[in-house]
Design a protein around this ligand. Sequence first.
Ligand code: SF4
Length: 370
Amino acid sequence: MGTSSDHRELTPVSTDPEWENWKWQIQNRIRDEEGLSRHLELTSDERESLKKCEELFSFSVTPYYLGLADPKNDDCPIRLQVVPRKEEWIPRIWDRPDPLAEESYMPVKGVTHRYPDRALWYLSHVCAVYCRFCTRKRKVSQSSQTPDGEDWKQALEYFKSRPEIREVILSGGDPLNLSDSKLDFLLSELKRIPHINQVRIHTRYPVTLPMRITPEFCAVLRRHFPVFIVTHFNHPKELTDFSREKIRMLVQDGSATVLNQSVLLKGINDSVETLVELFYGLTSAGIKPYYLHHCDEVYGSAHFRVPISKGVELMKSIRGRISGLCVPLYVVDLTGGGGKVPLPAEYLEEEKSSSYVFRNYRGDLYEIGY
Ligand code: SF4
């Protein structure tokens, strides 16, 4: 834990009656050192990094999400995700602005078509919270990067012209930053294309801005059933009663299937205890843990990366101890646009002429026949 350089009385993040209004949360985001220092005891490292961060990636956090942070402990897992640290400024040879080469596979502004049957559609540059490990920090928070109405038309024409596209993923920034009527329009257009089998929405708003899940938004989802929502919880602290209630609403009122992708982050969730609590917590909230990602090689994120060998060992300790329903697939998205590769633990110890020898999660050997 770092030392405080400011001994002013800290104020609660908000008692405003508008707190449950998602637009109020967006408008009242904390965006600078002065705002943040009213709520957290900032260390000198955090203060210096906040000043410099505008050069590389914006800083922003909702009152709701900041309310989950420990005001006195700079090692708090919420704080580490949103408040910049000096390690962001240390360049590493492998780090890239666009590690997944999304801009190289972009036939139309905003559309990344890398896998044959899937296309990702970047729809908004705004996020409620700017995560320090974000893969798209090259463009997130920059309005010039967001497609406009003409780009939308071209994207829809592209989807129509490519029968191999079976799935469209609405992404960003956060696509839930669009209004319900715009989302309704986009979902209607996509569902009208006969070869599109499913639509997925990638959003961190259930984590950072759960008040965005409203009865009106759920009504939109219901009209376009089935819609798959993939959210992004990284730590059990993020599974608040409020966010759980909103997930329940998504599932029950929106008829949505909700999945989660986490990033394995050093000092935040890289222990068996934290991951088990997270995976059980997600499942009990009605969310299927889907992916656990190795942190992409985006610039300024090296201090978050956990060695793959450690990630494999963590998953090996977890698999077998908890239900398979709670266990996500550990993957690395290959730098350069190679796509996702699963990182399975090795259980097969030996292949003999007429049998196999396996080591189970407890470390015991078992031999089975061909
Ligand atoms: S919510 Fe997603 S897109 Fe937005 S800053 Fe965080 S990781 Fe990046």
